[in-house]
Design a protein around this ligand. Structure first.
Ligand code: NDP
Length: 295
């Protein structure tokens, strides 16, 4: 029978949103400043539009001002850069988020580089990533999804220091920064990617696995050391005739099998997903505090 404890990201995210609500109102009362987040969406991808809508709703729910710019698919990179530059100069904006992916005719690097370091609440600016990688340096912001993974481990009192951690996936937005963060927390890390031979041999040694691949049910029960902690970042639609939409979302980890072996696991949905947005709100408030030297 299943034994793993369920790491309830939805509940933790709610608790964090409540903490942020209190911080936002404390700041407003003390110095009259309301944190502001600007979101730039280009094109008509449905998933991106959903993410942006959810981010706006989340801002509303904690009292953060949000500003959305929605540009048509055929906009020029120059237009996007103009908006970024305007937000960089606007003191009522403390965070700027460019919803990825951008249309293919735009250079993602140019666009991300244009976001002011002080407003890079996604943490994707190369200087923030570089600082994350360097000992003795502090990034101004840490990318939201990996930060949410670590926050879940902290809030469930799961030790990271001295543990063997395996990150599956090495993307700039999840896998790589997750590995850097775990290392900063004194874990010993291995990174598994698409060219790794016998990944299960490596994952089987891990005390902590963070999986960010995008392959449904790739991580089987047999890949997991008994008692390991599993953080499943993957969000993968799989066909499901019984669901009204015709599909449902699953993680990278075969949940039923993992529950028999792991000591704790995040569900999909309701694990890392809600934490990502909570961390975005948290980064935005930190940014506003820093801008106004408010503690
Ligand atoms: P990417 O596609 O950018 O990266 C996937 C990574 O997985 C790559 O490093 C790739 O390796 C690796 N990979 C692919 N196939 C395999 C395999 N068979 N074995 C081992 N490694 C493999 O994805 P993202 O990092 O952007 O996202 C990963 C997942 O997380 C997706 O399901 C996405 O939907 C989800 N996600 C969830 C978020 C949340 O809030 N919960 C936020 C962001 C993403 P290589 O580098 O060699 O190509």
């Amino acid at each position: 029978e299943a034994s793993a404890k369920i790491i309830d990201g939805k509940a933790v995210a709610k608790q964090i949103r409540d903490e942020i609500t209190a911080e936002v109102s404390r700041m407003k009362d003390a110095i009259g400043v309301v944190p502001g987040l600007a979101v730039i969406l280009v094109g008509d991808r449905k998933d991106s539009a959903t993410y942006v809508r959810n981010k706006k709703k989340a801002c509303d729910s904690v009292g953060i001002n949000s500003f959305e710019v929605h540009l048509p698919e055929d906009s020029s990179e120059h237009e996007v850069l103009k908006f970024i530059s305007g937000f960089n100069d606007d003191p009522s904006i403390h965070g700027i988020l460019v919803q990825l992916p951008l249309p293919s005719h735009m250079n993602e690097q140019n666009v991300l580089n244009a976001v002011s370091l002080e407003k890079d609440v996604d943490g994707f600016h190369p200087l923030n990533i570089g600082r994350l990688a360097m000992r003795g340096r502090e990034p101004l912001f840490v990318p939201c999804t990996p930060k949410g993974c670590i926050e879940l481990l902290h809030r469930y009192d799961i030790d990271i220091k001295g543990k063997k951690a395996v990150v599956i996936g090495r993307s700039n937005i999840v896998g790589m920064p997750a590995a850097l963060l775990l290392q900063r927390e004194d874990a010993t890390i291995s990174i598994v990617h698409s060219r790794t031979k016998n990944p299960e041999k490596i994952t089987k040694q891990a005390d902590i696995i963070i999986s960010a691949v995008g392959q449904p049910n790739m991580v089987r029960g047999s890949w997991i050391k008994p008692g390991a902690v599993i953080i499943d970042v993957g969000i993968n639609p799989v066909e499901d005739a019984k669901s009204p939409r015709g599909y449902r979302l699953v993680g990278d980890v075969c949940y039923e099998e993992a529950c028999q072996v792991a000591s704790a696991i995040t569900p999909v949905p309701g694990g890392v997903g809600p934490m990502t947005i909570a961390m975005l709100l948290s980064n935005t408030v930190s940014s506003a505090k820093r801008a106004h030297n408010f503690q």
